[in-house]
Design a protein around this ligand. Structure first.
Ligand code: PGA
Length: 269
């Protein structure tokens, strides 16, 4: 069984000192659970100090982005090669990158390949805009984003990656995460199903069943339980709420409760 994955995307927030305080607070509250994996994605400058500070049994690290070339004259960029040994995951193709920094489908594809080449698991973000949903284009958008991004990978490599379904219309601005519009579990399951079907078509049933798919968008401690219960969802990619230690540890608690429920149900059978 796949572990439930809870990822905190800190985006462009917190300096090194503030990041260290947040890690300290989270460490006090978050418990180790064999069925839950908690991943923190701080800004680049905090990765190394947090790596030194972290209890690696409790947390894994992710970067929020990287450049697809391994080295060269790319002033200001950080490569996957540079992140080797420091992070287990990298967020790739976040809508901030696609829409605010003009990352194309092909660039996202090259980044996914760059991560895998360097033994880092990509967390590939996909999702439609409000307009695309209203125009009935959600399935097509997800299809194009998923199939292009994975097109350089082998079947085995696809099986190990993580995909985050993040409808752009549901993303918070960082502060109003608890009050923002979020999709119903039914909408989420349908989108996750579309993604798994695309993968099944290209890489087979087993890969489609095993690939981990997260939901992301305005998650909070009060909605986590319902979102994690949506069919086919293996975890959450959390933005705004991951900066608040009470919220983020509440989200991991919701994941523990669900894991225990599953265990109890299993033992009653
Ligand atoms: P949010 O962000 O939880 O603040 O909506 C999620 C994300 O952008 O990954």
């Amino acid at each position: 069984m796949n572990k439930t994955l809870i990822v905190g995307n800190w985006k462009m927030h917190l300096n090194v000192h503030e990041a260290s305080i947040l890690v300290h607070r989270l460490s006090e509250r978050i418990r180790i659970h064999r069925d839950i994996e908690v991943v923190l994605a701080p800004g680049f400058v905090s990765l190394q100090p947090i790596y030194m500070q972290l209890d690696h049994r409790k947390f894994h690290l992710a970067a929020q982005n990287a450049y697809f070339q391994d080295e060269g004259p790319f002033t200001g960029e950080v490569s996957f090669n540079m992140l080797r040994g420091l992070v287990d995951y990298v967020i790739v193709g976040h809508s901030d990158r696609r829409y605010k920094f003009g990352e194309s489908l092909e660039m996202v594809r090259d980044k996914v390949a760059g991560a895998v080449r360097n033994n880092i698991t990509p967390i590939l973000c996909v999702g439609e805009t409000k307009q695309e949903r209203t125009d009935g284009e959600t399935m097509q958008v997800l299809h194009d984003q998923v199939t292009t991004a994975l097109s350089e990978l082998t079947q085995d490599e696809v099986e190990d990656i993580v995909i985050a379904y993040e409808p752009i219309w549901a993303l918070s601005n960082g502060t109003d995460f608890a009050h923002h519009e979020i999709p119903t579990p039914d909408i989420i399951s349908k989108a996750v199903n579309v993604i798994r079907n695309n993968i099944r078509h290209l890489y087979g049933k087993e890969v489609a069943e095993n690939v981990r798919i997260l939901y992301g968008g305005s998650t909070s401690s009060s909605t986590a339980h319902g979102l994690l219960s949506a069919n086919g969802v293996n975890g959450l990619l959390v933005g705004g709420a991951s900066l608040n230690y009470i919220e983020f540890s509440g989200i991991t608690e919701a994941a523990y409760r669900l894991a225990h429920q599953a265990e109890d149900n299993g033992s009653n059978e």
